[in-house]
Design a protein around this ligand. Structure first.
Ligand code: NAP
Ligand code: MG
Length: 485
């Protein structure tokens, strides 16, 4: 039987599977063929209330916040082992639910395991410091959990994004209420069940499924939530920050990007080519850190775009089970949105340098979009400035370092950048001038990078996830002062 067939997923509140109070359900659709294969609970404010109350009890009364950090770490490590033990099931489910190629589902499970392993190991290595203060006093800091953390997760990498949020939040002793995207909730429910099996006390890891406006909005505005972490669109991020502000709660915002790869004429072009292609094709371009702009130094613009065009023309979108270059997009709305971007860019005068294809026998109900490479893109155009979130790459020519940096920094986003050059001095100069949360030199990390702090400047958000830095965001410093005379 195919992955997840017939699953009727429930919320997980207080360690128990429960239906939504309203009893309604949402169909789960496979984007590869448009077929309904499972359902999730359609939750609303009363379900969010129950989940937050459960997380609050687990935080205040339960063993979790009084447990040693070592023991919490062991539970996370065990969770990673259980994810690994269930890797085939989880990878197949993620792939079917999101339409991502089978190997990407496997890569996402591998990354999720690493997050739980990393944060399991890190849990008892976060400590405060003793501060030199007045004579007769002892002053020190400890890292305290926020309390109840709300995690609002998008549909592009549910397994990975859940793991980086839950790993860091739980390591620091917080309890969790997670609202996955209604387009891809199945693996989140499964991971919360595995967390129970790994030894997470009931109520520590709650999941409420449903629509953003019905379940996500009351969660982000809930007075019982102490901290909100969100990954998704800038517009929704703004709404969530406004909701969290009602209660003056802290937030981590991991929003979109329009990330540039800068290719200088002296770069190893052969090495850059496959990385530039993969950075926009991986997950069908539905990656916040997708390399969606390529800036090419003019002497090699023609040659480099010609090679890119060859590769783009050969790309084929296929159903997830074919494990092709890319799968369908997540849903019809996103596919139409991306097709609209492409049509608008063409109408505005951008040149299509190459277009990939959709497999001729791809199921009709699927949400496919052929990859498109654009050249001669106007840096002021919508295509140059806004996140497409699809397999669409915009190429620009530049002259020299200054123009490269101006173009690279020329959007309101600042998430990730790649710099390709063999000149050591230039590598440092350009990397330093780029305004982005991560800069790669002669490399590009779309997704992955468990150990590397990740987050944006400007419209790409604030706060940091991944790496050790996330543990700082998922806790707050508390200063204690003793007057010992
Ligand atoms: P989205 O609205 O940002 O959704 C992300 C998460 O927020 C989902 O769980 C969503 O729930 C929830 N949500 C939606 N409205 C909410 C609200 N008012 N309050 C609380 N939570 C809410 O993303 P989308 O609409 O699915 O995609 C639109 C665009 O967002 C994409 O084209 C892309 O540009 C961007 N995006 C970026 C990332 C990223 O990783 N940076 C990820 C996904 C999307 P439901 O989906 O269940 O409604
Ligand atoms: Mg789905």
């Amino acid at each position: 039987m195919s992955a997840g067939e017939g699953t009727q997923a429930s919320n997980l509140i207080g360690g128990e599977p429960v239906d939504s109070a309203g009893g309604e359900r949402i169909d789960v659709v496979c984007p590869s063929d448009g077929a309904v294969f499972a359902s999730i609970a359609r939750s609303a404010a009363p379900d969010v209330d129950a989940a937050v109350a459960s997380a609050r009890r687990a935080f205040e009364d339960g063993p979790w916040s009084r447990m040693t950090a070592t023991e919490r770490g062991r539970i996370l490590t065990r969770l990673g082992e259980l994810v690994d033990a269930n890797r085939d099931e989880l990878a197949a489910l993620e792939s079917r639910d999101t339409g991502k190629p089978a190997r990407q589902g496997v890569a996402d499970v591998t990354a999720a395991c690493r997050y739980y392993e990393y944060y399991g190991g890190a849990a008892d290595k976060v400590h405060g410091s003793q501060i030199p203060f007045l004579d007769g006093y002892l002053a020190f800091t400890t890292r305290e959990p926020h309390g109840v953390v709300a995690g609002i997760i998008p549909w592009n990498y549910p397994l990975q994004i859940l793991a980086r949020v839950a790993g860091a939040a739980l390591a620091m002793g917080n309890t969790l209420v997670v609202k996955p995207a209604e387009d891809a909730s199945l693996t989140t429910v499964r991971i919360a069940e595995l967390a129970l099996e790994a030894g997470c006390p009931p109520g520590v890891f709650n999941v409420v499924t449903g629509y953003g406006t019905e379940a996500g909005a009351p969660l982000s505005a809930h007075p019982g939530v102490d901290y909100v972490t969100f990954t998704g669109s800038t517009a929704t991020g703004t709404a969530i920050q406004q909701a969290a502000a009602i209660n003056n709660r802290g937030v981590t915002m991991e929003l979109g990007g329009k990330s540039p790869q800068i290719v200088f004429a002296d770069a190893d072009l052969e090495a850059a080519l496959p990385v530039v292609v993969n950075a926009i094709i991986q997950n069908g371009g539905q990656t916040c850190s997708a390399g969606s702009r390529v800036l090419i130094e003019r002497p090699v613009y023609g040659a480099f775009t010609a090679e890119l065009a060859k590769r783009f023309a050969a790309l084929v979108a296929q159903p997830h089970y074919r494990d092709g270059d890319l799968g369908p997009l997540i849903n019809r709305l996103q596919a139409d949105r991306v097709a609209g971007f492409v049509a608008e860019a063409e109408a505005a005068g951008a040149t299509v340098l190459a277009r990939g294809s959709v497999a001729a026998d791809a199921p009709e109900g699927g949400c496919y979009q052929a990859p498109v490479l654009f050249g001669d893109v106007d840096p002021q155009s919508k295509l140059a400035r806004e996140e497409v979130f699809g397999p669409v790459l915009a190429a620009f020519a530049f002259d020299g370092e200054d123009e490269a940096v101006t173009l690279a920094n020329g959007t309101e986003y600042g998430l990730v950048a790649g710099v390709w050059t063999s000149d050591g001095g230039r590598q440092h100069r350009v990397a330093k001038r780029i305004r982005a949360g991560q800069v790669y030199v002669n490399a590009y990390g779309a997704g992955g990078g468990i150990e590397l702090p990740f987050g944006g400047f400007g419209k790409s958000g604030h706060g940091r996830e991944k790496g050790f830095e996330a543990l700082i965001d998922m806790s707050a410093a508390k200063t204690t002062v003793f007057n010992h005379g």
